[in-house]
Design a protein around this ligand. Structure first.
Ligand SMILES: *Cc1c(COP(=O)(O)O)cnc(C)c1O
Length: 221
């Protein structure tokens, strides 16, 4: 079942689009089904669950933290997490840098932008990010590598609105790329699109989609 769904989704993704299989709330058996057909990139949104899965599943899995991350929990994932998608505050970035340094790692992160209409979704606006990137403190964050942007569209059936929001994120990416990351080729990730809207996201330039329920089935929690 998972095998077929994964195959079908992959057949729709252009080659340059990476698939993060969002396995939150799902048991290890289901992740292993995806693993057995070659999936190596998994996304989780809770620190405790992420750590537990990392400890028990094969070590060649790349783990992405996709949810809202509290500063006091960074230390638990800092030894192994490959990419943190939801960086949405200066305080969090500072803590990630500190923990990455302790672990002698360079931590890859994405800056999360607030593009949806819902208040409840986290993220920076462009002004916050420009302040951040031009601050003196930022220059001292030697163990952080910002590799792109992430965002979530409004949960709506209005596809034009979703399209607009993804387009906005793509624009933000381009502005940052040309102003701050021109000489950093690794600044290249646009993480947008989930089960319900990834096709629109790809049309708008996404190169990393985060898909859960369409692979693993609906979640009860
Ligand atoms: C749960 C989640 C997803 C995946 O959602 P689906 O609708 O199940 O594909 C993607 N991104 C984030 C940040 C999530 O929390």
């Amino acid at each position: 079942m998972i095998r077929e769904r994964l195959k079908e989704i992959k057949s729709k993704l252009p080659e340059e689009v990476q698939l993060v299989a969002v396995s939150k709330t799902k048991p290890n058996e289901l992740l292993l089904e995806a693993y057995e057909v070659g999936q190596r990139l998994f996304g989780e949104n809770k620190v405790q669950e992420l750590v537990a899965k990392w400890e028990t599943l094969p070590k060649d899995i790349e783990w992405h933290m996709i949810g809202h991350l509290q500063s006091n929990k960074v230390k638990y994932i800092a030894p192994f997490v490959n990419l943190i998608h939801g960086v949405d505050s200066f305080k969090l970035l500072k803590e990630i840098n500190k923990q990455a340094k302790k672990n002698e790692r360079t931590q890859k992160v994405l800056l999360q932008f607030h593009i949806a209409q819902e208040e409840s979704k986290f993220g920076f606006d462009m002004e916050d990010v420009q302040d951040l990137l031009t601050s003196d403190d930022f220059l001292t964050f030697e163990n952080i590598e910002i590799v792109g942007v992430m965002g979530m569209a409004t949960f709506t059936s209005n596809t034009e609105q979703i399209q607009d929001e993804f387009r906005t994120l793509h624009n933000y990416f381009q502005v940052l790329k040309s102003h701050y990351f021109k000489f950093q080729p690794t600044f290249e990730v646009i993480s947008m699109g989930m089960s319900g809207d990834y096709e629109i996201a790809i049309e708008e330039g996404s190169n990393m989609v985060r898909i859960g329920s369409s692979i693993f089935g609906e979640r009860n929690l």
